[in-house]
Write a protein that binds this ligand. Structure first.
Ligand code: HEM
Length: 167
């Protein structure tokens, strides 16, 4: 009985991230961030229905390639380099992949911060928001994602402009 209780308690503690604790220990290669509550609601959009859109993005591998490409390009694009110069690209890649996978209904959970608080101090302009969308569109095109599918993801991201672009 006592053993069963200890086992149950251990299971609850091990499952702590599911109850809203930040990832612990800090994932390899990432910098520590201030504590926050983990929730899929932080992703800023609800998942699409069905599996077609996730398939149109070529699943986990396709999303992974698109995000790697995006994060590489923002470091080269003169409109965006300054704003991303102090970023933790290991964490950014991980959380963006989770976020896209969650929104595309690929069965992922989003463990990153909410859009409003993570972008609050960056003073992103509308022009910079549009530049990032362009870079994402180019990455999706290089992956061979159909324009109709690209536009379905962009439609989910567009309302996040109010929380990410503050100027
Ligand atoms: C729909 C639009 C956007 C989405 C979905 C998005 C998503 C994200 C995500 C998931 C993170 C990481 C969250 C975390 O660390 O917990 C992040 C961080 C960040 N984003 Fe965005 N973002 C968007 C727009 C933008 C724009 C337009 C810019 C600037 C042009 C931008 C610049 C940044 C920067 C600088 C960080 C912080 C990276 C760091 O501190 O290490 N984001 N964004």
């Amino acid at each position: 009985m006592r053993m069963a209780f200890i086992c149950a308690l251990s299971a609850i503690l091990l499952a702590a991230p599911a109850f809203g604790q930040p990832p612990s220990p800090v994932p390899p290669g990432e910098e520590e961030v201030d504590p926050y509550t983990i929730s899929d609601a932080n992703a800023g959009a609800t998942p699409v229905g069905g599996q077609e859109l996730f398939a149109a993005f070529h699943g986990h591998e396709g999303i992974s390639r698109i995000v790697d490409d995006l994060v590489e390009q923002v470091q080269k694009d003169s409109r965006l380099t300054e704003i991303f110069k102090a970023s933790d690209f290991v964490r950014l890649k991980r959380t963006l992949k989770e976020q896209f996978c969650y929104i595309l209904n690929g069965g992922c959970s989003y463990t990153g911060r909410d859009m409003k608080s993570v972008h609050a101090d960056h003073g992103v302009t509308t022009a910079e928001f549009n530049a990032l969308v362009e870079v994402l569109q180019a990455a999706m095109t290089r992956e061979g994602v159909a324009f109709s599918a690209q536009n379905r993801l962009l439609a989910k991201l567009a309302p996040m402009k109010r929380d990410t672009a503050t100027r």
